[in-house]
Design a binder for this molecule. Sequence first.
Ligand code: ZN
Length: 263
Amino acid sequence: MDFISLQKIILKLLNYFLVFFILFVVYRKNILNVIFSSRFIAYSSLEVFKKIFMLFFVGYVFTPYFNDLLNFSILENFYANSHYVFVVLISLLLIDFFQYVLHFIQHNVPVLWRLHRLHHFDKTVDGLTNFLSHPIEGVIGFILLSFFIAIIGIPIEGLFVYTILTAIHEPYGHSDIRFTEKFEKVFNKIFITPQFHRVHHHLDMKRGNSNFGGLFPFWDMLFGTAVFPNKNKIFTNPTLGISVDQKPDYSILSFLINPFKKS
Ligand SMILES: [Zn+2]
């Protein structure tokens, strides 16, 4: 196993640890009630399926060909002549901008929305919501991000720091952690807070079609897609999910065929 694969595994374990830490330590959910629930069994099965699917895809289908595809990068010289800290900061902003654009497109291009909407089916948004996404969406995102990183020439250090922050931010961002309104008002202009991201999971897509950012809210603020929770009086308990009459269907098969259903 190479060093990069080992880093990825450690970060994924950190990600899982935080999901369970927030659920069982911060929110004191009953461990047995959670792990024997149909929601947990279905979501974790989907997560395992996705990991196997991705390992096969990355190892046998994508990487062997991708490595020979591109041998140039736009910012290679710029990165080579810049300070280490600056390189990491610019890389973070560029990858985050890419994720913002991709997420915006996923909500606005019908075929991509079909792949992405599974993630919005959760009516109880918490750390486990991280597991709820379609494998094909994951593969498309991985291919596009790989091309973006290669074309721009984002160095491994920048990608590594972004992956660490994402591993921490995903479970935190989907939790229901609440800061005081005063703190929230300032902090959600710097980093995306759970309440800011919760607006994105709002049942009403007029609200849900907002807050597409991953780590930073800057892109939403810049392009007019930011909806701040306190300003819009939905700071507490917004209605989440995808439709009022949706029924919980916790089976891996229904998750996998979800993009091919009408609604
Ligand atoms: Zn979304």
